[in-house]
Write a protein that binds this ligand. Structure first.
Ligand SMILES: Cc1ncc(COP(=O)(O)O)c(C=O)c1O
Length: 395
């Protein structure tokens, strides 16, 4: 009999919502005109695109003209970085970029490619939260030209106090990128304000980024949001590449209508799921309690960031003195799918800078397994028993 799949790698990609993606694809099959064309057939496709934009904007409490569609969050992050920094290149000799140690490589490695820029890490408190006093001091002294802080760290789930940071930025304005990719999938209408409430009227060059496949809408859509909507401020010279006039020319290229429609449908369904966030919180509580209890007399394990505010549905577990690559393979053979930290880097096994900054040593930073899920984690006891069996075999 085929073993059941237990998928616990939602941060890598959320399982696709087949029904809603199919619905979106069927609409696209009937309306496949190029959204930029002049014919009435194209205009129908454009109407569908703009209706989705409006619906996504309404659901996220933004305005329609603040939303830019891209192909992925990586692309949205790169656009935010380049369009913010390029105007400074001819004006400033030294550009000071400050990023949190929790950035996805689409931010942390993109900024490293900017010529004449010095990339610095923001200080964090021992629990993993950005040191706001230090940040304020830097901003006050005009030491920062560009700032990037990921809202939810993709490995640990540690949440940064974005609203408080925005309050500081309002007093000392600076271009600011907030990667919210890992936050969105855990939210419904009720919880949205708890985790995703920003001052949407800010008249500052702040960017938020999102990704469709992280909420179950399939691959192909990222979103860039600039709450002041001032895309016209971005000069053509500062745009990464040229092409059509789509998305204010900031992101030229034909639209992936099916994927954008799917983003809208999945987001709507998710936000209307009244029990989603509560169930993810309950699952996280139960899973982490059980894991710590069951391992108490078996093997020392630690949940990284356990006592810091985290988004529910992410547990990064340190298995001390266990060869985690073999543990991961053992789980894989039992059709339990997890990852060792950040998925896009998990094939290249080097210690995560974020974990080193959180105080783990190199060996510890390479001994972690990330369990990420939402409201459908039903096999907790089975997973723990299998973990124990594999670890016993490995020792
Ligand atoms: C925090 C964060 N930002 C950005 C990305 C990149 O998203 P995408 O796969 O849409 O490029 C990821 C993907 O893992 C992520 O976790």
């Amino acid at each position: 009999m085929k073993k059941k799949n237990i998928y616990l790698d939602y941060n890598s990609t959320h399982p696709p919502n087949k029904a809603l993606i199919t619905k979106a694809q069927n609409i696209y099959f009937e309306n496949f005109g190029n959204t930029s064309g002049l014919s009435s057939f194209s205009q129908k496709a454009e109407y569908l695109l703009e209706t989705s934009r409006e619906s996504i904007a309404n659901n996220l409490n933004f305005k329609t003209d603040q939303i830019i569609f891209t192909a992925s969050a990586s692309e949205a992050n790169a656009i935010a970085v380049y369009t913010s920094i390029k105007p400074m290149l001819n004006k400033k000799k030294n550009i000071n970029i400050y990023i949190s140690p929790f950035e996805h490589p689409s931010v942390s490695e993109t900024v490293l490619r900017i010529p004449n820029a010095k990339v610095n890490f923001l200080k964090i408190c021992p629990k993993g939260i950005i040191d706001l006093e230090f940040l304020e001091k830097l901003l006050k002294n005009k030491k920062i030209d560009f700032l990037a802080i990921t809202q939810t760290h993709n490995e640990t789930g540690i949440l940064q106090p974005i609203n408080e940071i925005i309050k500081i930025i309002k007093r000392f304005p600076v271009p600011f990128l907030v990667d919210s990719v890992q936050t969105l999938s855990r939210l419904n209408k009720k919880s949205k304000n708890e985790y995703f409430y920003f001052d949407h009227t800010i008249d500052l060059p702040i960017f938020f980024t999102l990704s469709g496949h992280k909420i179950g809408a399939g691959f192909g859509t990222g979103i860039l949001i600039r709450p002041d909507g001032k895309y016209s401020d971005i000069l053509k010279d500062n745009i990464i590449y040229a092409g059509g006039t789509q998305e204010h020319e900031i992101r030229p290229g034909s639209h992936n209508l099916a994927s954008i429609l799917a983003f809208d449908f999945v987001l709507k369904a998710q936000l209307n799921n009244k029990t989603l966030t509560e169930n993810i919180k309950k699952n996280t509580r139960e899973w982490e309690c059980l894991l710590l209890k069951e391992f108490e007399n078996f093997l020392p394990v630690k949940i990284i960031g356990q006592h810091t505010e985290r988004i529910p549905g992410i547990s990064l577990v340190l298995f001390l003195n266990v060869p985690v690559d073999f543990l991961l393979m053992g789980l894989d053979q039992r059709n339990i799918f997890v990852s060792t930290g950040s998925s896009c880097k998990s094939k290249a096994r080097s210690a995560s800078p974020a974990l080193l900054k959180l105080g783990l040593n190199e060996n510890e930073a390479l001994s972690v397994i990330r369990f990420s899920f939402t409201n459908l984690f039903q096999d907790k006891v089975f997973v723990i028993n299998e973990l124990k069996k594999i670890i016993k075999k490995l020792s």
